[in-house]
Design a protein. Structure first.
Length: 132
């Protein structure tokens, strides 16, 4: 059997197995995504999970920042934007938990995020492919 990637339970360049690396790439959002994008560069599945984490949580950070700025400029009407920011944060926490569970269940093999995977995956592919 000739394969360019090691078996799922073999340690990667990070010293961790594929499953653990995939789960940890979501642990602290885009921060651990950046770390594992470069540390797991020998495994395309880990790179995909890391890139997916960066794209998702980076977008959530940007959206929450924009909602916060707009909300602070509108005074009393800003409550609506604060509530929207809270809804985005709750949605992100749900997706975060689902992503880590899915990475665990698949053994770290490439898997799109639940619910929003079809929107995030193309950008994650592009980002993962850009790191050599």
């Amino acid at each position: 059997m000739t394969s360019s990637q090691p078996p799922a339970n073999q340690p990667q360049s990070t010293g961790l197995d594929k499953k653990t690396s995939a789960i940890l790439s979501y642990a602290l959002g885009w921060l651990t995504g950046i770390i594992f994008l470069f540390m797991g560069k020998n495994d395309p599945d880990v790179k995909f999970h890391a890139a997916q984490s960066i794209v998702l949580f980076g977008a959530v950070s940007v959206v929450n920042t924009v909602l916060s700025i707009i909300g602070s400029l509108l005074g009393a009407l800003g409550i609506i934007f604060s509530l929207a920011g809270l809804a985005v944060a709750v949605f992100a926490v749900v997706i975060w938990i689902m992503a880590m569970i899915q990475a665990n269940n698949t053994g770290g093999v490439r898997a799109e995020l639940p619910i929003i995977g079809k929107f995030v995956a193309p950008y994650a592919d592009q980002l993962a492919g850009s790191v050599k």
